[in-house]
Design a protein around this ligand. Structure first.
Ligand code: HPA
Length: 237
């Protein structure tokens, strides 16, 4: 069923591994600055996607949009209609622990959520969305080799950026959740259902603990480190 309602690419124009930032302009930045000979495969709704080469391997990069519903649509179509095997989300997140500092990298071993996305599976309990171990362990090796400050653990994929319940974050903090973002648990569920692989890695853009935020220049350099780690992970698997 391609093209899909949301992706206009022809068969074979998307690589087996796709990196997904939330922002489609970030996808364009990655394609232009890290990939050789990138070609655009999607422009529907401005959700730009590109395929090019990194160290000789085909890699695609495409925006996911914000939130689990948007990531849910794109990752579903990539896994199930374009035969993508691996999706690595590369995003930003807000720190929820004092040891997680702005500019650090977090690798999401598991992704808690306040979303009802898993209700579609009609489970007699709660699904625990986790990273694919092969991608997780490869990424940890690449982060170690890069020399960045990184953390591996549980994160929160929240449906709510402006939460009316100002105490909500503290409750997740008490359980050791490292940071909050808005897409990864949906990605992990889609990967599990499709028997595919997924990983979420983030640069910390702000801290809910200290109130500190990064400047856009700092975000750019931290983002570059994460990109290099993601690309090295992508070509090592
Ligand atoms: N909340 C949700 N998503 C985010 C945040 C946050 O504080 N920071 C970066 N992405």
């Amino acid at each position: 069923m391609i093209p899909t309602p949301h992706i206009e690419a022809q068969s074979g124009h998307i690589a087996k591994t796709v990196l997904m930032p939330g922002d489609p302009l970030r996808a364009k930045f990655v394609a232009e600055n890290f990939l050789e000979n990138p070609t655009q495969f999607n422009g529907v709704r401005g959700m730009l996607g590109f395929t090019g080469k990194y160290k000789g391997a085909d890699i695609s990069v495409m925006g996911s949009g914000m939130g689990i519903p948007s990531m849910g649509i794109y990752s579903y179509e990539l896994f199930n209609f374009y035969n993508v095997d691996n999706i690595i989300r590369i995003g930003t997140a807000g720190a929820m622990q004092p040891e997680v500092q702005v500019r650090d990298i977090v690798i999401a071993q598991g992704a808690c959520t306040n979303s009802d996305y898993s209700r579609q599976f009609n489970l007699p309990g709660y699904f625990a969305p986790i990273a694919s171990y092969g991608l997780l362990s490869a990424c940890v090796e690449k982060a170690k080799a890069h020399g960045v400050s990184y953390h591996v653990g549980n994160i929160l994929s929240s449906d709510i950026f402006y939460d009316d319940d100002k105490t909500a974050n503290e409750k997740w903090c008490k359980l050791g959740v490292l940071c909050v973002e808005m897409e990864t648990s949906g990605l992990y569920m889609n990967a599990a259902r499709a028997s595919k692989n997924a990983l979420g890695i983030f640069t910390i853009s702000d801290s809910l603990v200290t109130g500190e935020a990064t400047t856009s220049a700092e975000r750019q350099s931290a983002f570059t480190a994460m990109m290099e780690i993601a690309l090295e992970t992508a070509v090592s698997i």
